[in-house]
Design a protein around this ligand. Sequence first.
Ligand code: BTN
Length: 324
Amino acid sequence: MLKNKVLYILEQQKGDIVTGGQLAGVLGVSRNAVWKAIGLLRNDGNEILSIPNKGYKLMDTNDTLSVNIIENVLTTDFIGKKIVLLPTIHSTNQYLKEIDTANIDSGFVVIADEQTSGRGRRGRAFLSTKSQGVYLSILLKLGSKQQDTRLLTICAAVAVSKAIEKVCGIRADIKWVNDIFCNGKKICGILTEATISGELLEISSVIVGIGINTGSVPAELANIATSLQEVSGIRGIRNQLIAEVLNEFESVIVDYTEHGKTQEIINYYTSRLFIIGKPVYLPDIAHDYTATVIGISDIGALIVKDDRGDIQHITTGEIKLLWE
Ligand code: BTN
């Protein structure tokens, strides 16, 4: 579609003026066709300035999702080789659970601009307001390596932390097991779900869902959640962020599955684990208790010292920060 091609060129020169003549020439269409395409792009919500006698400028803050632009930044071999972008969906994880993925390759990615029933861990909702975040799910088929979904979640947390730091230049901390925090508030959640099949009830694929707040944060979450825009002031980076999350994720996954670098991954994860040495609250079936975080084991368990002085390796459930 012409409008997508126009947007792609403007995005390459985001913040700069591109003349109607240049666009028409590169695309082999009339200036009038370019002008109409600009109108359609504006109707889609794109922030494009017309500067009289000069041309068009896509504002730096423009944040429309585009598969072309994501693909332009991707350096992966398998993650994101096929991407589906949906304006709205109940949940990108749920979408992958509902379609027949038998013939879909590992690394397939579904991205949504909005989720109407975004899902978090433990049955919670993940608020996914239109255009205010990155909401995506990745389908992984990794053979025997996928049996350990906790380590895959750790790989995803490392990838998101690295991508945020690279794109926004801010520190992205991790809270065990799957939350990314900036300035003490949650900015991203990760939901890893396994698909079980066959008589042996083996994991046939894993869905890694990632939700990152990029724009405005709903008022009801303002005390506990933040966004990249709030922390860094940066807007208009969703395409780049998605591509870098996928780039980093593939790199970490390959390190884990092919290069045996689990310890390096755990070390990086630990370097961003801001709860080390801090007291946390551990909800438990028998009794809830407080404990001090010591570190992460080689299988991704949280090592804590409980209030009786005993060392425990926590593999399931989740911790609560005492100040949450
Ligand atoms: C959590 O914080 O408990 C996990 C949140 C995971 C949210 C992402 S957004 C994309 C994917 N689709 C969903 O429905 N959930 C995940």
